[in-house]
Ligand binder design. Structure first.
Ligand SMILES: *Cc1c(COP(=O)(O)O)cnc(C)c1O
Length: 396
């Protein structure tokens, strides 16, 4: 049975897994100590829980627990990685490289640095939204100190060849940061194999709570040195002062552990549901175009453009199916998605896009309900569209 509204916006955020909630609860009311209190049992118990969570996060990404720094989320982790790396690197150069498809939490800090005088190259993507190692290589100069390329795109789900980009950066002695917020726990990823120096992640994209994330900071081959954004009590090896949010950290740890154990099965299930959604819509709706890579994409992502339909209007026409048009983070902004335009979609097709984000709690019945709701809404909007009824059929 389906009880609307239906949530298909799992790239914006995810429901906290009930097992994660359960794991967090004692840390609000029983084990509520401050892990920095080294002189009593309350502090020790809290510190033990934080240690365990740090290990769980490290294991998920192939790191050591000392390499994990807890932050308030991926936005802070990205800022700490990018801004924090510069002070130690400025003797080597002043050139930064990122990609056109990045999340605002990477693009905006990069643009601020460019305004402050750093040289910035924004690498283009291909028509699938993919950033190739060749394109990154072509951007490198003798002055390049940092490359930041995301692991998986939050709008179109495309996976970037981060292992190749990481190897390339290491060969050239350039630090490599990846915003892996959408990829962690969804696709295989290993900071050593993939030659990653800095990696950002966030609990709330992973069935954990909002307000907590982590930055992986490599400690050998090479040791990455960062300058903190916040000064204070010297928590997190001095990299992120402020009392550790123990319940949230425990939630992130549990979410990471569940993702590690359940990812293979969950990915296969989500891929199946995603294909069911795509096939269902393709069978019922004319003139739809897939955005993103046909195969190298997040298992739970489907991004489609519905020709001659405005994505915002489409969302309003099916209020009990929660999806997103363009990027959720910029939906207050009327500009078409910077990711779709970077991929070469024209403005109309960019505005005609919907992002479906399937997740751990999505069911086949919900997918079937969504197919009906979307197909009906598209049909209704197109009936009223002069552009659709008079369209040149050869065009599509
Ligand atoms: C959601 C998201 C972020 C921001 O994460 P917060 O933890 O909400 O700050 C950054 N990058 C990507 C790719 C995201 O999907």
């Amino acid at each position: 049975m389906v009880t609307p509204p239906i949530y298909l916006d799992n790239h914006a955020t995810t429901r906290v897994d009930p097992r994660v909630v359960e794991a967090m609860l004692p840390y609000f009311s029983t084990t509520y100590g401050n892990p920095a209190s080294v002189s009593h049992r309350f502090g020790w118990d809290a510190a033990a829980a934080v240690d365990r969570a740090r290990e769980q996060v490290a294991t998920l990404i192939g790191a050591e627990s000392k390499e994990v720094v807890f932050t308030s989320g991926a936005t802070e982790a990205n800022n700490l990685a990018i801004k924090g790396a510069l002070a130690h690197l400025k003797r080597k150069g002043n050139h930064l490289v990122t990609a056109a498809t990045e999340h605002r939490a990477v693009l905006d800090p990069m643009k601020r640095l460019a305004r402050e005088g750093w040289d910035l190259t924004v690498v283009a993507c291909d028509e699938h939204g993919m950033v190739s190692a060749e394109a990154v290589e072509a951007a490198l100069t003798d002055r390049t100190i940092l490359v930041s390329v995301m692991a998986a795109n939050n709008e179109v789900g495309t996976l970037n060849p981060i292992s190749a980009i990481g190897q390339l950066c290491h060969a050239r002695g350039v630090l490599f940061h990846t915003d892996a917020t959408q990829a962690v726990g969804k696709v295989p990823l290993d900071v050593r194999q993939d030659a990653i120096d800095l990696l950002s992640l966030s609990a709330h994209k992973l069935y954990g709570p909002k307000g907590i994330g982590a930055l992986y900071v490599r400690r050998r081959d090479p040791l990455v040195r960062l300058t903190p954004l916040l000064d204070g009590g010297g928590h997190e090896r001095g990299l992120r002062s402020g009392t550790i949010a123990v319940p949230l950290v425990v939630g992130l740890g549990e979410a990471a552990d569940l993702a590690r154990r359940e990812r293979p099965e969950e990915s296969a299930r989500l891929r199946g549901l995603r294909e069911r959604l795509h096939a269902g819509l393709a069978a019922r709706v004319e003139a739809i175009v897939l955005n993103g890579h046909p195969t190298l994409r997040l298992p739970g992502n489907l991004n489609l453009s519905f020709a001659y339909v405005d994505g915002e209007a489409l969302m309003m026409a099916m209020r009990d199916v929660a999806v997103s048009s363009g990027s959720a983070c910029t939906s207050a902004n009327p500009e078409p998605s910077h990711v779709l335009t970077a991929m070469g979609r024209d403005e109309d097709m960019a505005r005609a896009s919907l992002r479906f984000g399937l997740g751990r709690f999505t069911t086949a019945e919900e997918i079937d309900y969504a197919v009906d709701a979307v197909a009906d809404a598209v049909a209704r909007l197109r009936t009223h569209s002069a552009a659709w009824t008079t369209r040149d059929r050869v065009e599509i």
